[in-house]
Design a protein around this ligand. Structure first.
Ligand SMILES: Cc1ncc(C[n+]2csc(CCOP(=O)(O)OP(=O)(O)O)c2C)c(N)n1
Ligand SMILES: [Mg+2]
Length: 739
């Protein structure tokens, strides 16, 4: 062996096995595909040097892997006791979409394993990098002593009880995150590099090793010569290491230095591994369309397997014949395993497919809230007095929606020591609308902090923090600014349970200020009402409270669901109602509600997917189905109609996902006249879903809809032309009443 590399002969032989295993897995995937039995052929050929990275790490270091990490996976499996993880079977089961595949259960071909601390990543390149930053944050945070028990990211099999286990990773763990060279240009990657560097600059420690496996290509597009090194070297706050990924000894030596530097200093680094890509991007990729035969041949001369073989032979560790027979032996095992798994059962029904997506255990959620209430009224009462400065919110008179969210967040921070509130301007300023005012003083900057200005990174922090056992409550300042980061919710947060069958989860409650009707602070960006993008994310809970009392109860529900089921919720707060006090007449205080004392939390609990009905007069002539700002406008209209003898019920949906279907159908049936008041756009708006739900349920009564015009909102009073107003609601209601 090269004397300075630290690689022993035994290790080199073991890593050679991992490299060969990975290569045979690539070949088997192609054979299975050709036989119509396999569904995934993106391989690791040429990247097998990453076995050396695995060897430099501990199997307890959490890893988020590039899709060319077959050798890493095999090498890590070999670090465990023999027979604990069968890497060959795991990977092949993924390739054939077997329901017995241990992490995703046939939902995708991913590298993932709780035994190996490999957290599955999605096929959206670079989308796992912001999460890796968040995970490094969580690992370091738990080391620093913030109580990270509670809603653990690693969720033992659904055993019934809310699972309270400490994070699975040791306090000196290093987070590993690998990706390709073209991926370094992606906005999500750039965000993650920047946030890691920014954090380091501020003194925050992040034990994070990025590994860029640079094969010079992104499918057919070449990375400009030298660019990847240039861009990775120039990242402030991220230490740069470089190795020849085709040379196992060099890779191991440099990876070891990089890992030990990160482990010791708890600071981010990037390992730039030069690799080659053999056999094309994937099985169906005809490389000759964009590469010359000479180029392809040149890469073959760099084949890491041949390089390791030469290393072993030169060092007298093995003869060529021994290595060839090892190659054949492993190939035989892979083939045998492939034959064994190819016809294993696939997911057999829609119910099986969706089972791990978003389990809901409403009784447990309710019990969790009841238990929190008991603590708040008992053991934690003194703390409540201290934190609230002697003025408990239930004793200070009726509240606005903003005040209710503030008080509830405070109570939740008391009851959940692992909870953190973070986002742009939430700490020092207390939020643009004062909703998080005072929280930093109450709980300190470790738990309530301002982030840098990047929504992708804010959500990434939440993703990793949830995975690492914390309970993140990030804020997105305005709904319009969620959209540039939305994949972190859709592709990452909401899919984690799906791709890991609940073995990993990222509980999170994302507070977002949104919706329209702001007076004097207009324009599209502060009045965005685009919720379609949230409503179709599988498993995501979307809460829209309209009143203070509902806001408090619903926020408690979202946090409890995060704790119990790992639920990811968006808590969309209507900005225009934050400070609204009155309902019908100036000074009536009709939009305020008292804060429920802990002894009422159980009674006032609002389950996910349950609406609230407000009745005016007899309530039997018309049903208004609405939410958010629509509730207050509809109540005002309903009061006027009731005075004329038209009793209406106004149903506040409260949850846009899942929609309160049972309540919608029951309340619609009660009058046979339905008016959907939808403040979102006519196309793709909530109203479409509500009407479709009624049709699906066989509703045969009358129905009408008022909704916003399909446009972005203009600045100033022109917005009234395109938003739903009380006049339009009243006109539609009267038309229905006279139909
Ligand atoms: C966000 C996103 N855009 C496009 C793709 C399609 N795609 C899959 S792999 C790939 C190339 C990635 O190249 P690189 O990061 O260098 O990794 P490599 O495959 O070369 O190892 C592309 C464009 C994707 N998966 N995700
Ligand atoms: Mg590449």
């Amino acid at each position: 062996m090269r004397p300075d590399s630290g690689l022993t002969g035994t290790m080199a032989r073991e890593l050679f096995d991992a490299q060969v295993t990975s290569r045979h897995l690539d070949l088997a995937a192609r054979r299975l595909r050709a036989d119509g039995a396999g569904y995934y052929t993106i391989g690791s050929a040429g990247h097998e040097g990453n076995a050396g990275v695995a060897a430099a790490l501990r199997p307890t270091d959490p890893a988020l892997l590039h899709y060319r990490s077959g050798a890493f996976y095999a090498a890590r499996a070999a670090q465990l006791a023999e027979g604990k993880v069968d890497a060959i079977r795991d990977v092949l089961r993924g390739v054939v979409a077997s329901a017995a595949e241990p992490i995703a259960g046939g939902r995708h071909k991913v590298f993932g394993s709780t035994d190996l601390n490999v957290i599955p990543t999605t096929s959206t390149i670079a989308s796992h990098l912001p999460r890796a930053v968040g995970l490094a944050f969580a690992v370091e945070r738990s080391r620093q002593g913030l109580d990270a028990r509670g809603s653990s990211g690693r969720h033992a099999a659904d055993s019934g009880q809310p699972v309270l286990v400490p994070p699975a990773w040791p306090r000196d763990a290093v987070v590993l995150c690998s990706f390709g060279d073209a991926s370094v240009n992606h906005a999500s990657a750039v965000a993650a590099f920047n946030t890691a560097g920014w954090s380091d600059f501020t003194g925050l420690r992040l034990p994070l090793l990025f590994v860029c496996e640079d094969n010079g290509l992104g499918i057919s597009v070449r990375s400009p010569a030298g660019w990847v090194g240039e861009t990775l070297r120039s990242r402030p706050g991220i230490r740069y290491f470089h190795a020849d990924g085709c040379d196992l000894a060099d890779t191991y030596a440099v990876a070891r230095s990089a890992v030990s530097w990160v482990r010791r200093h708890r600071r981010p680094a990037v390992l730039h591994l030069r690799t080659v890509r053999l056999m094309g991007h994937a099985g169906a990729d005809a490389e000759l369309a964009y590469r010359t035969p000479a180029e392809i041949e040149h890469d073959l001369t760099l084949d890491p397997l041949l390089r390791t073989a030469r290393l072993l032979v030169d060092a007298g560790q093995a003869s060529p014949m021994e290595l060839l027979s090892r190659y054949d032996e492993i190939g035989w095992r892979v083939q045998q395993t492939a034959a064994g798994v190819r016809d294993e059962p696939k997911l057999a029904s829609a119910a099986e497919v969706v089972a791990p997506l978003a389990p809901r255990r409403p009784l447990r959620v309710a019990k969790t809230i009841a238990r929190a209430a008991e603590r708040a009224a008992g053991a934690a009462l003194a703390e409540r007095h201290r934190v609230f400065g002697g003025r408990l919110p239930e004793q200070t008179g009726p509240q606005t929606l903003a005040q209710a969210v503030n008080a509830t967040l405070t109570d939740l921070m008391i009851s959940h020591p692992q909870a953190m509130v973070f986002g742009e301007d939430v700490a020092r300023k207390g939020g643009v609308y004062g909703v998080t005012k005072g929280l930093r003083d109450r709980f300190g900057p470790a738990r309530v902090f301002d982030t840098l200005l990047d929504e992708t990174s804010i959500l990434g922090l939440g993703l990793g923090a949830g995975l690492g056992g914390l309970l993140p409550i990030p804020e997105i300042q305005y709904l319009a600014y969620l959209h540039n980061a939305e994949d972190q919710l859709r592709g990452e947060a909401a899919s984690m349970r799906f791709f890991s069958q609940g073995a990993y989860r990222n509980p999170m409650v994302v507070r977002i200020a949104g919706l329209a009707y702001q007076k004097g602070f207009g324009g599209h960006f502060h009045n965005d009402h685009s919720v379609a993008v949230l409503r179709d994310i599988p498993g995501l809970v979307v809460a829209v409270p309209s009143r203070a009392d509902d806001a408090a109860a619903m926020l408690r529900t979202c946090v409890a669901a995060a704790e119990v089921d790992g639920t990811v919720s968006v808590f969309l707060e209507p900005i225009a109602l934050y400070h609204t006090r009155d309902l019908h007449t100036d000074g009536d205080g009709g939009w305020l509600s008292p804060y429920a004392a802990p002894d009422r939390w159980a009674d006032t609990h609002v389950p996910v997917g349950r609406a609230r009905s407000h009745s005016y007069g007899t309530g039997d002539r018309l049903t208004v189905l609405t939410f958010g700002n629509g509730v207050r406008m509809s109540l005002r209209v309903a009061a006027r109609l009731a005075e004329e003898g038209h009793g209406c019920r106004v149903v506040d949906l409260r949850w846009l996902a899942p929609l309160p279907l049972a309540d919608i159908v029951r309340e619609a049936g009660a009058t046979g006249r339905v008016l959907v008041v939808d403040e979102t756009r006519r196309s793709g708006g909530v109203g479409e879903g509500v009407l479709a739900a009624l049709v699906d349920a066989g509703y045969v009564g009358l129905a009408r809809r008022v909704a916003a015009v399909d446009t972005f909102l203009p600045l100033g009073p022109a917005a009234d032309h395109v938003l739903v107003g009380e006049d339009a609601i009243e006109r539609a209601a009267r038309a229905l009443l006279s139909a």
